[in-house]
Ligand binder design. Structure first.
Ligand SMILES: Cc1cc2nc3c(=O)[nH]c(=O)nc-3n(C[C@H](O)[C@H](O)[C@H](O)COP(=O)(O)OP(=O)(O)OC[C@H]3O[C@@H](n4cnc5c(N)ncnc54)[C@H](O)[C@@H]3O)c2cc1C
Ligand code: SF4
Length: 361
């Protein structure tokens, strides 16, 4: 399908100065309005003339949505805070290092300087058919072009397919899930606070949306409670190129130790399913075991090895993405072993070309 890339469709630009004013405008214009944060995802849609909103609600002048605030129970990050500010913030680096590590691996410095946390978690899927304007299921049609014998689906889902097989592309989200973050949404009916996992919507619930936001809703902040502050963290992103690139897959984990025993663990992956996935079965398999048992992978029988196998139970590859199964198995194993071996409590970044990451266990 030919896409005309000349000028953006005309829209009215509205520039509120407070979150309340922004939410009111969104409520007033409903599904004719488009929220614009840093504009990196928004401008793609507009310049390709695929989305044609009547009004654009530009949040760049809403100062109350910007910045990191240290609270009595963790930190609150305004939705308009840039990824660079989050990556460099001392309190986040000190206590929630998995998040600074994850956002530091998003795209390029230029994109991180402009892109916001609210935009990063709310960005749409990157499936080229959909973004090219093809009338697929997610666009309201009745076909998935990626899930055909010749469809280009190397980057697509191995879990959660339901007509659509696109994956959620964000790097920040798995870190937010393991930190038990809460998303604060302003709606016409008042404030709603949801767990990070519950912000996201799969195609089985609504194939035209990627998150819970309805017309009129505004994500204002993300709160990270102190629950996991200072835990042992791990973040790894696998991408094709070491310059800016979306994840082929990423994984985040947080581990609390009591002596040598894993008192608690959270682990989440993204880019494997239309919704980010928290791996509860893996967490349950590892929790309350000693680090020695988890690290004992001689002969392939260590618990971390088994946990990697548990992670991929039920995976269904498409024509060209079978590599994602061993990749996920190995990433999950590394996300369990890594924090235990380093014992530093810092996030670990290992950015590896996809093929190497699949082979390396
Ligand atoms: C070349 C390129 C490479 C990239 N690589 C990566 C990568 O490696 N990893 C990664 O995670 N991301 C990547 N991204 C995505 C990029 O990080 C996001 O597009 C960006 O974070 C979006 O943020 P933004 O502030 O520009 O939001 P926008 O583009 O303005 O908004 C994105 C979406 O979120 C909605 N939205 C934004 N803020 C709110 C809010 N407060 N309330 C309600 N809705 C809101 C908008 O309506 C829009 O639908 C890449 C993008 C580009 C262009
Ligand atoms: S994977 Fe989803 S977004 Fe891509 S073509 Fe299929 S239905 Fe559309």
């Amino acid at each position: 399908m030919a896409v005309i890339r000349d000028v953006m469709p005309a829209f009215d630009l509205l520039q509120p100065e407070s979150a309340a004013e922004a939410q009111k405008l969104l409520e007033q214009y409903g599904d004719e309005a488009w929220v614009m944060a840093g504009g990196l995802d928004s401008f793609d849609w507009l310049k390709d003339r695929i989305k044609k909103p009547k009004v654009l609600v530009d949040l760049s002048g809403v100062s109350e949505l910007k910045g990191v605030r240290v609270t009595s129970d963790g930190v609150e990050i305004g939705a308009m805070t840039t990824l660079t500010e989050i990556a460099n913030h001392p309190a986040i680096q000190k206590d929630y290092g998995v998040l600074s590590q994850a956002v530091a691996l998003v795209a390029s410095p230029q994109i991180r300087n402009q892109g916001t946390l609210g935009g990063n978690v709310s960005q749409d899927v990157r499936c080229w058919y959909y973004r090219g304007g093809w009338p697929c299921y997610r666009a309201g049609g009745n076909i998935c072009y990626a899930d055909t014998p010749v469809g280009r689906n190397r980057e697509h889902a191995i879990f959660g397919a339901n007509r659509c097989v696109a994956v959620h592309p964000s790097d920040s989200v798995p870190a937010l899930i393991v930190l038990d973050a809460k998303f604060v949404v302003q709606t016409a009916k008042g404030e709603q606070i949801v767990d990070a996992e519950d912000y996201f919507v799969g195609p089985e619930d609504d194939i035209t949306r990627i998150n819970m936001l309805q017309p009129g809703d505004l994500l204002t902040a993300i709160r990270i409670p102190a629950t996991w502050a200072g835990a042992k963290f791990y973040f790894e992103k696998v991408r094709d190129r070491n310059v800016w690139d979306f994840p082929l897959m990423n994984v985040a984990s947080a581990i609390k130790l009591n002596g040598n025993t894993i008192q608690d663990i959270r682990i989440a992956v993204n880019a494997v399913s239309p919704r980010p996935m928290r791996l509860r079965a893996v967490e349950d398999a590892v929790r309350h075991n000693s680090a020695a048992v988890v690290l004992d992978d001689t002969g392939g029988a260590g618990l971390a090895e088994i946990a990697g196998g548990i992670a991929v139970v039920g995976a269904v590859p498409l024509q060209f993405n079978g590599y994602k199964i061993p990749l996920m198995r190995n990433l999950v194993k590394r996300a369990i072993v890594g924090p235990l071996e380093s014992r530093t409590g810092d996030a670990i970044a290992v950015t590896t070309a996809g093929r190497e990451a699949v082979c390396r266990s």
